[in-house]
Design a protein around this ligand. Sequence first.
Ligand code: MLT
Length: 404
Amino acid sequence: MFRVNEDYLKLPGSYLFSMIGRKVAAFTQANPDKKIIRLGIGDVTQPLAPAIIESLHSAVDEMAHAETFRGYAPDLGYEFLRKAMAENDYQSKGCEIKADEIFISDGAKCDSGNIQEIFAKDNKIAVCDPVYPVYVDTNVMAGRTGSYDAGTETWSDVIYMPCTKETDFAPELPKETPDIIYLCFPNNPTGSTITKPQLQEWVDYANKVGAVIIYDAAYEAYITEKNVPHTIYECVGARTCAIELRSFSKNAGFTGVRLGATVIPKDLKAGDVMLHSLWARRHGTKYNGAPYIVQRAGEAVYSEAGKVQLQEQIDYYMRNAGVIYKGLKDAGYNVSGGVNAPYIWLETPKGMTSWEFFDYLLEKANVVGTPGSGFGPSGEGYFRLTAFGSYENTAAAIERIKAL
Ligand code: MLT
């Protein structure tokens, strides 16, 4: 008789965004006349930039001819894209990352969930609280997190690093020593950032205690302030302690196209084992590479036209962030984020829990956001709004919230 992976049975509830989707679907069915504005999941709304569309079209045309047709992609990614990323995302910033240290994938969500597979089962993870739920849930599935305490909504074998108003929504070095540290800056969900000297402290700490940092840089394109690092490899010593996750979803609107990358420097070792080799082995065994046409689209992100068009797209979303931030502040809310990130983090009013505020906003303003408690216990009493809507919807949502 087969048996299931019982670690899956330990997962409480369903995936946060699936739960929100179900609640919104039920509300829409009961209230078909209401015009819902969705500022919940961080999904983009603007069409792909012309440079990307052009590249997609021409790659599709290549697939129509035997001479230019492509079958399986190289499992670690096409050289043209790895080279473009190495040059533009790293070498141009003075960071020593080579093309063959970049692994192309179909998105940062999968990579952030899969990367834990190359670590020992008894490794201890440290996460920010609140946190993007994928980091914790995938470690639960792998049996690495101990038992769940429904009262505190925490796992016995996870080190939580509270990111609260008091810490400026940044984590402090943990008292207990972790093996794997997940960091995401600009942060999802709080929209907070840390400066380069602050990130350097984490790199120094990880090198000192022998931990690895999994650094999720999915939102780096939204950085507007000079002292905020775009990649962890800006820090001295990061090559021996950090893996970086990159996404094309937020900087180029690829949420439906799917493309991401993981960077593993060859200097990152456990004893004499290179993590690079383990990830290459895993990638080669379990993955057949992102589609050629999608990788060509990714290459266009780094073209001169692509860079200009995508900056315009980011400016568009950041204008929304400004509208949300200012509108809520004017309405008396305590708000943060939205300066280097497309997420705005607000304190729920009148002592409402995060889910109470979710229901309130859905029913009274027909606006969907994300309850902070869905990201961890320190998110209770908070709520996240995304700047990825259209400008018109964003402005309308804020007017509705102000009118409550
Ligand atoms: C979010 O809303 O947190 C993100 O869109 C989720 C994701 O990128 O997978």
